[in-house]
Design a protein around this ligand. Structure first.
Ligand SMILES: [Zn+2]
Length: 102
């Protein structure tokens, strides 16, 4: 990713933040949660890279809702004592952050 950012003369810091957001979303939404644009696109196009550098990349509305629902359900399950935080399943995700930069 560092080489990709340097090649395109992009600031690495915001790109890293969005890569982390992308990977964290996979933990909640699962491995088949890519979309046609935005944070969850894979791989990011030049449009996503530029938006990320300008701190303007976002999730789709449907992704935001799914993330909120998943987080709320998990939080309630833990607060109600139904499950322990350690027992919550995390989606089986193969992490390949470099793929997001191709
Ligand atoms: Zn992905």
């Amino acid at each position: 990713m560092k080489a990709c950012a340097a090649q395109r003369k992009l600031d690495l810091a915001p790109l890293l933040g969005y890569v982390i957001a992308h990977e964290l979303a996979h933990l909640l939404l699962g491995p088949s949660s890519h979309s046609s644009h935005g944070v969850m696109r894979d791989p990011w196009s030049g449009k996503e890279l530029l938006a990320a550098e300008q701190r303007g990349l976002s999730f789709l509305s449907s992704e935001k809702k799914r993330l909120q629902i998943t987080l709320t359900a998990r939080t309630l399950a833990v607060l109600n004592g139904a499950v322990s935080p350690q027992s919550l399943p995390i989606a089986n995700v193969k992490t390949n952050s470099a793929a997001a930069m191709k």
